[in-house]
Design a binder for this molecule. Sequence first.
Ligand SMILES: *Cc1c(COP(=O)(O)O)cnc(C)c1O
Length: 400
Amino acid sequence: MLKWDDTPSVSAMRCSRAWVEVNLDAVYHNVCLFRGLLRPTTELMAVVKADAYGHGAVAVAQTALAAGATWLGVATVPEGIELRQAGINAPILVMGALHHAEEVRALARWQLQPTIVTPKQALVFAEALSDACLPLPVHIKLDTGMSRLGFDWQRALEFIEFVGRLPALQITSLYSHFATADDPDETEMRRQHERFESAIATLKNHNQLPAHLHLANTAATLTDANALQYDMARVGLGLYGLAPAPHLQSSLKLKPALAVKARITHIKTIPAGTGVSYGHQFIAQHPMTIAVVGIGYADGVPRQLSNQLTVLIGDRHIRQIGAITMDQLMLDVSDIHGLREGDIVTLLGNSASHQITADDWAKGIGTISWEILCGFKHRLPRIMKKKSARELYPTEDSLL
Ligand SMILES: *Cc1c(COP(=O)(O)O)cnc(C)c1O
């Protein structure tokens, strides 16, 4: 018998073969930890691009704002519009490249603030906004060593003066982005910082310094919040409870916010010598009990983890066997008794005494936790978990 009925009462979860659980209390906790690293006057931007690294942009943004973030960062215009349509009024920076007049008008319409990286782009913006009644607030980005978006830091003055002459645009901040802030060797990060400082000095001398400056991502904030926070820190990964690198792990007690769970859909025994899954990469050496689980690479479980993944059932580590398939994978459950179809398997997340994180998966296949988190597809429903509002945000009378 399938036991769909003795699960928590969230309907999306009850019917699902697999889902993502997002612990919004963990996001709240992590935002508080980062707020604690920053001066009271430094703003915290919650970077919620890519659907909040797969966690669900609207719920994460609302939680981060409640916990003390004051800005939101996205990569694209539609990501910004999604937040506005959910009723979120906080300032939103679009960090990706925008070139089309349509996008510019959408920015103005939804009050999203773009990143300007070339004079040509500034002209497109000015042209598209020529009949707007208010100037559009924009952020100037310098390339100080990432070699991605941004104008050459050595020509910052010329660029700012150019954009400053366009009445349709109002420069509100100057920023840059680190390439190697998660490297234990800080040389290159310090070099980028010096270049940013050098551009600031030149702009100051010519009375052209924008009102706000920002530079740090999660790694830079964890490495040296003191020197690198400026007027704002743009924090992504840390909000989701992961450290950008092992040497940055110990400084804060971050809580991973995302768990991935799936159900056992089928249990069977196979005789010795039986091959399991495509290509028979795994051959049973003895009679085995295997469990089929309803999640696969089309959901975001990397196929390269085939035969090296472990999952949690109850408080036990269980190994995955054979190739991970598009929608399903198999486990060796020979040593577990009393398992039933419908039982829940934790692929990422906690049990009583164990934890499997996106870092564990990333290490196994030579990638980074960011890519693992962003890899969970929308086929997996997101289940948002949080304590009651009252517990999370104590009111005055509950504090008495
Ligand atoms: C994604 C992004 C961030 C956040 O980076 P994390 O390492 O996840 O903190 C900050 N700034 C810019 C420009 C980004 O693109």
